[in-house]
Ligand binder design. Structure first.
Ligand code: ATP
Ligand code: MG
Ligand code: MG
Ligand code: MG
Length: 473
């Protein structure tokens, strides 16, 4: 089943069951505590909190999500991307557990025709009701597992709604890993759908993750998320999310640029996937108004671009990679997501400018990095100095995460404390001098502003500093 049909099957199923189809919110959320949209429920938070009453009690969406926290998993697990589409159904004080579970089961087994025997369910350890409801739709007890707070309990992290989750997982078979259910192996038993039951009111936490449950919510709600990319990998019978029709054309473009075939060696396979997957995130972020910057969302974008460029060079691609790779994303997905097509020229200009500027220093920085790695090895040290990481950051524009990744690939860890001290010291000096930004950064910022203005966007957001940043980066 093609991704277009997966989307329409989902939306048709829920609209025909009384759900209002609501468009995805942009990746830049209106919620000031959130760096980037990362779940379908983000845009409905005021409804769940009871701050606003929607004029529809049920909704369905396909939400654009970005999760930088999954960046290191790209190419290393089959199921993680930094950008993905989350399909969801929501009830605002309308239906609850029984219907949410019945809907999910019917859609998966009849709408998508997934084999019942391959579906494994997890429920929260104390949620007997959820287990009973799954039994009722026909899931045998041996394919229902109980998990604890960490995996199967949801809370916004503040006083307000909270409750147990229940997840549907698909068994990809012995070729993918160990037997034993989702509690044992997340690669073989891929989590596809999370059902969140907003059931209780939670109180103020103790700061260590523990909080009291004050009682049942007056309005019990449902929030679910079914990952399109993961479902597509299953329905299209491909190993990982990069093999689906969402990303495969871009992977092909990367192969053409590299002049060799995917997957290649283990590390090449990772690089192929990183370039293709990041190209998609980059295109969507710029289309939604994110521009490269030193911090905030703009830093997320810059980090993705620089990481993709580095991995392209590792594949031997010495010509520009981001422009053709993002063009292929736009060509493939622009019909479904018209903002990509509308912002195609801006995307091309931003990625080209970034690649030109990073390419100027990448080769020199890589030489410095490799020399430092060799030095560490010669000294039988397992650390790369914070001074090296800082020089790479400061002089060569290497996001420190990139240095950490390269060091890790060589079996080394970076002295991050020393790096942070040097960075803090530099920022202190810059502040004291009243020149927080170098002339180069300012010039670049102006250039991006100009580009953005030319393309009709005035919402320059790259320099925002947000509460959630520390947790997301
Ligand atoms: P995992 O445990 O595999 O990291 P998760 O528990 O973090 O997933 P949820 O927050 O429950 O994921 O999100 C709901 C659904 O969104 C998941 O069940 C999955 O289908 C999809 N999803 C989550 N993270 C990603 C990702 N990085 N790439 C692709 N799909 C994802
Ligand atoms: Mg996760
Ligand atoms: Mg999970
Ligand atoms: Mg989950």
């Amino acid at each position: 089943m093609r991704s277009t049909q997966i989307r329409s099957t989902f939306l048709d199923f829920f609209t025909s069951r009384g759900h209002r189809q609501v468009p995805s919110s942009p990746l830049i959320p209106s919620d000031p505590t959130l760096l980037l949209a990362n779940a379908g429920m983000n845009q409905f938070k005021p409804y769940f909190l009871g701050e606003v009453t929607p004029d529809f009690p049920r909704a369905t969406t396909i939400q654009k999500c970005a999760r930088t926290s999954d960046i290191d998993n790209v190419g290393r697990t089959n199921r993680h991307a930094t950008f993905f589409e989350m399909m969801g159904n929501f009830s605002f004080g309308d239906y609850f557990k029984a219907d949410a579970i019945a809907f999910a089961w019917e859609l998966l087994t009849q709408g998508y025709n997934l084999e019942k025997d391959r579906l494994w369910i997890t429920v929260y350890q104390d949620d007997d009701e959820a287990e009973q409801l799954w039994r009722k739709v026909g899931v045998p007890a041996e394919r229902i597992q109980r998990l604890g707070m960490e995996d199967n309990f949801w809370s916004m992290g503040v006083p307000g709604p909270c409750g147990p989750c229940s997840e549907v997982n698909y068994d990809r078979g012995p070729a993918f890993g160990r037997e034993g259910g989702p509690a044992v192996d997340g690669e073989r038993y891929v989590e596809i759908w999370n059902l969140v039951f907003m059931q209780y009111q939670r109180g103020e936490g103790d700061g260590k993750g523990d909080f009291p449950i004050l009682g049942d919510l007056a309005q019990q709600s449902i929030d679910t998320g079914l990952g399109l990319d993961r479902l597509a990998a299953i329905l299209q019978d491909v190993e990982n999310v990069c093999g689906t029709d969402l990303l495969h054309p871009t992977l092909t473009t990367v192969q053409e640029l590299a002049g060799r075939d995917y997957p290649g060696s283990g590390e090449e396979k990772v690089s192929f996937q990183v370039v293709a997957e990041h190209a998609r995130s980059i295109a969507y972020l710029i289309a939604d108004g994110v521009l490269p910057a030193k911090d905030g969302r703009g830093y997320v974008l810059r980090r993705l671009m620089r990481r993709a460029i580095r991995h392209a060079r590792l594949l031997g691609i010495d010509q520009p990679v981001l422009a053709p790779a993002t063009a292929s994303v736009i060509g493939n997905l622009g019909d479904v997501w018209p903002e990509l097509t509308a912002q195609a020229a801006l995307i091309e200009q931003v990625v080209t400018a970034e690649e030109e500027s990073f390419t100027r220093t990448l080769a020199q920085g890589t030489r410095l990095l490799n020399a430092a790695i060799t030095r560490s090895r010669d000294n039988r040290s397992t650390t790369l100095t914070g001074d090296t990481a800082f020089e790479l950051h400061d002089t060569f524009g290497f996001p420190v995460e990139l240095t950490i990744e390269a060091a890790r690939d060589a079996g080394l860890t970076v002295d991050e404390n020393r790096f942070t001290d040097l960075l803090t010291e530099q920022q202190r000096r810059a502040k004291a001098g009243g020149k927080a930004k170098t002339a180069e950064a300012l010039r670049r910022q102006d250039a991006y502003r100009e580009l953005s203005a030319r393309h009709g966007r005035t919402d320059f957001v790259g320099y925002d500093r947000l509460d959630a940043e520390a947790t997301v980066l």
